[in-house]
Design a protein around this ligand. Structure first.
Ligand SMILES: [Zn+2]
Length: 350
C-alpha cells in the first residue's frame, strides 16, 4: 500500500503515528559555542514546499552525520515533534523535528521518483555511444521519422524511430528555430537533389541558417590553378591522415582505433572557385581531384611527387576557360561541433 504522507505544516507536538517525505534542504556546519554543547541545524522540506527545522546536539551530530545528506530525500516516521523555544523560533508556535523515541528514518533511493535531468549540449554526445549510455538533452524536435523495424545480428527485432533535434545553438531564438524547421522540411522533401545556387549565397550562409542535409550545385571556373596547391602524400586509407610509411602497408592508424588501415597514395587540391558573384576557396580530395584533373589519384600522385607535370599549365588554362559544375554540402562538423565548412562532393563538366 502506498504510504500516506503528512505535510510538514500539519505536524504538531500531538502528532504520533505519521510519515513525512522530505528532502534535506539545508545542513549547516557543526557549531561549538563557548561553554555550550555543539549543535548542527537541519532544514527539511516536503514535496509541497513546507519546511521544518531540526537541531542535532552533541553526539547526535556524529550519529546523524552519515544518516542525513544534503539534498537527499528521506522518509521519516513517528519522530517526536517539539515546539521551539520562542526565543529561537521564526514564528509563534514553530515546531521542530527531533529524532528520539520511535523515530524511523529511511533514505529514498534516488532512482525512485522523478530524477532531475542533467542537460548536456547536443554536441557533447559522442558519435559512438554504447547501449548503456544515457544523456539528457534539451532541444526542439524538428522531425520525427516513421517507426521502422531493424533486425540486430543477434536476430532480435526492435522498433526504431529517428528524431531530429535542433542543436542548442538555436535555443532561445524563435525565428532561428522556425527558419531551421522550415529548412529541414524543405531539404527532406527535396530529397538529395542539389539546389543550383551562387557563391555569394554560399558565402552568406552561416551555422544558424544551414542544415546538414543541404546540397548545392555551383557553376564555377578555377581562374588560377596552382601546381603548388596540389598536395600528394602517403596516408591512412580510412581517415586520410599522413603516416610515415611506404604505400600499401597495413598498419594501425592512431586515429582509427577500430579499423585495419593501409597506407595509400592521397592527393588534395586547394583552389579559388569563381562565378559571376564571388570567389571562394575550396579543397578537393581524392576522387574529386580525379574529376578535376581527369587523372587517377595515382597519376596525380606520381606527377606531383616526381615533379613531372609538364602540361599542368595547359590543364590550368582549361580550368580557367571551361566552367564546371561542383556539388557542395556542409561538412559533418556542422552537426558535430556547430562549425560550417563546405565540402566538394563531386565535379562534372557541362
Ligand atoms: Zn586513419
Amino acid at each position: 500500500m502506498k504510504p500516506e504522507y503528512t505535510p510538514l505544516d500539519k505536524l504538531s507536538p500531538v502528532s504520533k503515528a505519521y510519515k513525512v517525505r522530505v528532502t534535506v534542504k539545508e545542513k549547516s556546519p557543526i557549531r561549538t559555542p563557548p561553554n555550550k554543547k555543539r549543535f548542527q541545524k537541519l532544514v527539511f522540506e516536503d514535496e509541497e514546499g513546507n519546511s521544518m527545522k531540526a537541531t542535532l546536539f552533541g553526539d547526535e551530530c556524529d550519529h546523524f552525520k552519515k544518516v542525513f545528506e544534503h539534498r537527499k530525500k528521506y522518509e521519516i516516521a513517528n519522530s517526536p515533534i517539539r515546539t521551539i523555544n520562542p526565543k529561537f523560533s521564526s514564528f509563534p508556535g514553530e515546531c521542530e523535528l527531533t529524532f528520539g523515541g520511535m523515530t524511523k528514518i529511511q533514505a529514498i533511493d534516488r532512482t525512485e521518483g522523478p530524477i532531475l535531468p542533467e542537460y548536456i549540449p547536443i554536441t557533447d554526445v559522442l558519435k559512438t555511444i554504447g547501449p548503456a549510455d544515457r544523456f539528457d538533452l534539451l532541444g526542439i524536435v524538428v522531425h520525427m521519422e516513421e517507426v521502422r523495424q531493424v533486425t540486430y545480428k543477434s536476430g532480435r527485432v526492435a522498433d526504431v524511430r529517428a528524431i531530429s533535434i535542433v542543436n542548442e545553438r538555436a535555443h532561445a531564438q524563435p525565428d532561428i528555430i522556425v527558419g531551421y524547421m522550415a529548412r529541414q522540411l524543405e531539404f527532406m522533401t527535396a530529397g538529395t537533389e542539389p539546389v543550383p545556387t551562387t557563391l555569394d549565397q554560399i558565402i552568406s550562409k552561416n551555422v544558424d541558417n544551414t542544415v546538414q542535409e543541404e546540397l548545392y550545385t555551383l557553376t564555377v571556373t578555377i581562374p588560377d590553378a596552382q601546381l603548388s596547391n596540389v598536395i600528394a602524400y602517403i596516408g591512412c586509407d580510412n581517415c586520410g591522415r599522413r603516416c610515415g610509411l611506404a604505400a600499401n602497408v597495413p598498419f594501425f592508424c592512431p586515429h582509427c582505433p577500430d579499423k585495419k588501415c593501409t597506407s595509400t597514395e592521397r592527393v588534395n587540391f586547394t583552389f579559388d572557385a569563381t562565378d559571376d558573384t564571388r570567389t571562394f576557396r575550396l579543397t578537393a580530395f581524392g576522387t574529386v581531384c580525379e574529376q578535376i584533373f581527369n587523372l587517377t589519384t595515382l597519376e596525380v600522385f606520381n606527377r606531383k611527387i616526381k615533379d613531372d607535370w609538364n602540361d599542368f599549365d595547359h590543364l590550368a588554362a582549361a580550368l580557367k576557360s571551361t566552367p564546371m559544375h561542383i556539388i557542395v554540402h556542409p561538412a559533418q562538423a556542422l552537426n558535430r561541433v556547430g562549425v560550417l565548412r563546405w565540402v566538394v562532393q563531386s565535379v562534372s563538366r557541362p
